[in-house]
Design a protein around this ligand. Structure first.
Ligand SMILES: *Cc1c(COP(=O)(O)O)cnc(C)c1O
Length: 424
């Protein structure tokens, strides 16, 4: 029998702290700016939309931030997640490279997003918040947050990008299953939504517009706070459980990663995967950290590095990041979670400094990679995750050409069982 090499950590090996990469960077990041004054935004203003516990983490420069016991209890439902060696893929590609993937699709809602959803839900719960308001692209974030909120007796209101609302009804059902309230965006419920509908009645929506609607709603109410599924420092922080586990798992089999890959939308699964490798990269060990994004929304490979709003209406603070411009409406692609005009300030700065690299992939290539992976490894990947697979395949093929030994690790951020239409 050909065994499958599956590297599992014991429950007690679950990381007890998140890793804050800012503690190890030789520079500090440009602060978020107030869109009204163009000066660094005050904590008071941010506190209107975020709970204090989240803001503390956002500002922190401590290297390790303890994961609360209540969150660890919920992580234990599905973490630690497995690291699997893709031996069959290696064989098909006839590559000398060893390929490993971290599988985050075992989470309750099928993607890595539960890692930050549980953390954010608990922090809000601790501060007496009753409702979390958010945006969701393809619905992965909305369902992760609805699940997490239900754990702490809270409800979620999610503005869902209209193209996904219409084309991916399954995630709507999942959000409802966990007690969430889902609204197609742009909607008539908010001033910003109505503005976009005025311009075009069947507006397909975008993440930027949905964020505007969510913030609009939080500013109108008082027991509600806003929750973001990617981009901000605290979200990437929560996702570092992925990379921390990978490091332990590679150690168990005596491996050292030479290439670490993640797909990049807002930057959370990528950041969470690669940040625990940044300190050794800075120390000069030569590990390559690669972000894979769609050519249809080429934020890192074609965007400008400058201050821009995180949303379309201009409500959010200005973030220093790679951006295609806040008015950019990406075409409808299957990888809905990668349709965002901006990128995390942290991953943006690391790219600017040459610590990470970015590559863009055509939809055809990533779907081909996904089909191959499904057949060979027996897991149907999310269209977003296919970008990481396509990048791993490209690197494995290049290693074959140059007869180079590489240890490639990529994050399989989610399964695609609710995205079968993309393959169809
Ligand atoms: C949301 C999502 C992404 C993209 O978001 P990031 O913040 O860039 O990680 C990638 N993969 C899956 C499965 C997702 O749900």
């Amino acid at each position: 029998m050909r065994e499958r090499i599956r590297i599992e950590l014991k429950p007690e090996e679950l990381p007890k702290s998140w890793y804050n990469v800012k503690a190890d960077l030789p520079f500090s990041l440009d602060p978020p700016l107030d869109p009204e004054t163009n000066k660094p935004i005050s904590g008071e203003k941010l506190a209107r939309i975020f709970p204090l516990g989240v803001l503390e983490q956002e500002m922190s420069t401590d290297r390790l931030i303890p994961i609360p016991e209540e969150v660890l209890d919920e992580y234990a439902v599905f973490r630690p997640t497995p690291l699997i060696r893709a031996t069959r893929l290696e064989e098909i590609l006839e590559t000398p490279a060893r390929i490993y993937y971290k599988y985050e699709g075992v989470s309750p809602t099928g993607s890595h997003k539960t890692n930050t959803a549980l953390a954010q839900a608990f922090i809000n719960y601790r501060e007496g918040i009753k409702t979390l308001v958010t945006e969701t692209g393809a619905g992965q974030w909305g369902s992760a947050l609805a699940y997490a909120a239900s754990k702490f007796g809270m409800t979620v209101k999610a503005f869902m990008v209209r193209t996904s609302y219409d084309s991916k009804p399954m995630r709507k059902y999942m959000m409802s299953l966990f007690g969430g309230d889902v609204v197609a965006s742009p909607s008539k419920e908010t001033a910003s939504g109505r503005k976009f509908l005025q311009n075009s009645e069947n507006h397909s929506g975008s993440l930027g517009i949905a964020i505007s609607e969510a913030i609009d709603t939080v500013l109108q109410g008082d027991q509600a706070k806003y929750s973001l599924g990617s981009v901000l420092d605290h979200v990437l922080l929560h996702q570092t459980v992925i990379g921390l586990e990978i490091r332990k798992q590679l150690e168990m089999v005596g491996e050292k990663a030479s290439i670490v890959i993640g797909c990049h939308g807002g930057g959370s699964n990528f950041g969470g995967t690669v940040f625990p490798f940044v300190a050794e990269k800075l120390a000069g060990n030569g590990v390559r950290l690669i972000a894979a994004e769609p050519t249809a929304c080429p934020t890192l490979t074609r965007g400008e590095y400058r201050y821009d709003n995180g949303d379309s209406a201009g409500f959010t603070p200005l973030l220093k990041m790679y951006t295609l411009g806040r008015e950019f409406i990406p075409p409808s692609i299957h990888a809905g979670g990668l349709r965002y005009h901006g990128a995390a300030p942290l991953t943006s700065r690391l790219l600017k400094e040459g610590i990470i690299e970015a590559q863009a992939y055509e939809q055809e290539e990533i779907l081909k990679a996904g089909r191959l992976f499904s057949t060979i490894e027996g897991i149907i990947p999310a269209p977003e995750s296919n970008h990481a697979i396509a990048a791993a395949i490209r690197e494995a093929e290049s290693a074959k050409q140059d007869k180079r030994q590489e240890t490639i690790v990529f994050n399989l951020s989610g399964h695609g069982l609710l995205d079968l239409a993309a393959y169809g």
